[in-house]
Design a protein. Sequence first.
Length: 131
Amino acid sequence: MKRDQKITRFTKKLVELSKDNGVVTEAKVAEVLAALKQVQHRHHLKVLKTFLSYLRREIALQTAVVSTPGALSGEALKAIEATYTKLYGRPITAVTQKDTSLIAGVRVRVGDDVYDASIAGRLQRLAENVS
């Protein structure tokens, strides 16, 4: 149990070292992995798995996945990035994902937070309120 706590603290520090101005970058992650390769931690596989888990979580927190039934313009994506960057107080990058089940509108996911402004979402909430 104590070992797992030490590994968790260690990997959280590694994730912080993987950031450049608050954003996880490929170059910083490569530096961290190169340093880990040189040191060879006693429980290296557990450290790497935990690092990957926390790294994925951190990347999800800095990415807005925008689901739409069609394509969005570059201007719309920039506006979404600016809105969520201001809302969360950290840099957010928007990426699009096609979802034809939405009918119209958008659904944005940042980490565990979901913002639904789609017709399908409105219809679902209306059906839940009627029942």
